[in-house]
Design a protein around this ligand. Structure first.
Ligand code: 5AD
Ligand code: SF4
Length: 448
């Protein structure tokens, strides 16, 4: 009899990819994925520590999941991901969970489960310098169209506010052969889009034995793009200090590499950027944007930014708003600074921007971005965009939705289109988050 595994995933795309690695590791040891937490033998919660509110949500979930033990005495509850790395030992001690596995310890999960069943301490939060989950083909949990493949793990940048280098350890690149094997596996399973993932994709680097020239990110992008012209390729996340012209040229060269770059700015003031240890200036960032626009005039540029970092003055915050306007981001993820224990900022800088000021600044950022997103979408009226059909739209069963190359959501009446096909859509209307249009024709593969 197979045991049943239920996985719940929070946080970034990397966690989504990791949950599929976990499903594969467990699948080889007699576990099958279950959609039903009530009948599970083990529930694993893959967690994020990037901000305090991400962790608070997980605490709430764990309380609920623990209550399932009343009717399911043999249920084991496991904490994996960044929170496991950060505070898993305490949570095991306090019996909030039965199993704890950090991001580099997923091969150990079946063993940790057995230990938990025996009633022993089941924890592995060792970080390694070389675990990349080679030779594990992730088990895709959805019959999807679009999926993730991680190309690097960990991060060496140590932005002063960020917990990731502590929870995910040092940066390492994966063998291109393993990456391509995963991409082929996705193609075989009907996937039409892959997003290559890394904390800083530009630092991807692989030395083939016997060769003296490394495989860099732009080479890898090309290898994946050439795998199949009907496979759309995306990636996340480049770092402004490292993004290279060679990468941007590669995006321009292949119609199946999407014309979208997510380029986290974080803040728009040199002093703040310096305190964040971002290693670029506003001027440098502007130069990168100009470089992108020179090669790909229709490239969408999106960002992450947060307000209220240690010592941020009103004037310095204005710099962030100014940059948002200057770049005219298509969309942005915006946050308030949240101090993370153990980081440089937590140890050495004062979290001195009052909560109300953080809140008020965040509102101003969100209001500005709403306007910018509206303007960006308005500009698309009358344009033809190429959409990968993902499924029925949320609002109406008569409509399909899918993303265009620029990563905007597009909604249009179904007609004879099918999920997984590429269609050209003429944009007629828009909202802040969606382009609305009409299908013009089907195409075999992306062309622009
Ligand atoms: N507080 C607020 N936002 C943060 N981010 C990372 N660390 C913090 C923090 N301590 C944001 C950054 C990053 C995104 C994933 O989360 O904008 O790009
Ligand atoms: Fe954090 Fe910087 Fe690494 Fe991004 S690149 S995860 S912001 S340390």
């Amino acid at each position: 009899m197979k045991k049943k595994l239920y996985i719940e995933t929070y946080g970034c795309q990397m966690n989504v990819a990791d949950s599929e690695v976990v499903a594969s590791v467990m699948g080889e040891r007699n576990f099958e994925i279950s959609e039903n937490q009530e009948e599970a033998d083990v529930i694993l919660v893959n967690t994020c520590s990037v901000r305090d509110n991400a962790e608070k949500r997980v605490w709430g979930r764990l309380r609920h999941l623990n209550s399932l033990k009343k009717n399911n005495k043999s249920l084991k509850l496991g904490l994996i991901g960044c929170m496991a790395e950060r505070i898993g030992d305490e949570m095991l001690e306090d019996k909030v969970v039965d199993i704890v596995a950090g991001p580099d310890a997923y091969r150990d999960l079946p063993y940790l489960y057995d230990k938990a069943v025996e009633g022993a301490d089941a924890i592995n939060v060792e970080l390694t310098i070389d675990e990349t989950y080679d030779s594990i083909i992730p088990k895709r949990m959805t019959e999807g169209i679009s999926g993730f493949v991680s190309i690097t793990r960990g991060c060496n940048n140590f932005c002063t506010y960020c917990i990731v280098p502590y929870t995910r350890g040092r940066e390492r690149s994966r063998d291109p052969k393993d990456i391509l094997a995963e991409v082929r596996d996705m193609l075989k399973n009907g996937y039409k889009e892959v997003t290559l993932l890394g904390q800083n994709v530009d630092s991807y680097k692989w030395m083939e034995e016997g060769s003296n020239k490394p495989v860099r990110f732009h080479h890898l992008l090309e290898m994946v793009a050439q795998e199949d012209p009907t496979l759309r390729v995306r990636f996340s996340t480049p770092h402004p200090k490292d993004i290279k012209e060679s990468v941007v040229k590669m995006i321009a060269k292949y119609p199946n590499i999407c014309k979208h770059i997510h380029l986290p700015i974080q803040a728009g003031n040199d002093e703040v950027l310096k305190r964040m240890n971002r290693k670029y200036t506003v001027e440098w960032y502007m130069n990168r944007v100009e470089m992108i626009r020179k090669h790909i005039p229709d490239c969408s540029i999106t960002t992450d930014a947060f307000c209220g970092f240690c010592g941020e003055t009103e004037e310095q915050f204005q710099g962030t708003l100014d940059m948002m306007k200057w770049v005219h981001y298509d969309t942005a993820f915006m946050f308030k600074y949240s101090e993370r224990p153990g980081t440089y900022a937590a140890k050495k800088l004062e979290d001195d921007v009052p909560e109300e000021v953080k809140g008020e600044r965040l509102t101003r950022m969100i209001d500005l971005q709403s306007k910018l997103s509206m303007e960006s979408n308005e500009k698309d009226i009358g344009k033809i965009v190429e959409v990968l059909v993902e499924g029925p739209s949320k609002r109406s069963a008569d409509d399909f939705c899918g993303r265009c190359s620029q990563n905007k959501m597009v909604v249009f009446p179904k007609q004879d289109a099918k999920v997984g096909e590429y269609v050209r859509v003429k944009v007629l209307r828009f909202t802040q988050t969606t382009l609305i249009g009409e299908m013009v024709e089907k195409i075999d593969a992306p062309t622009m």
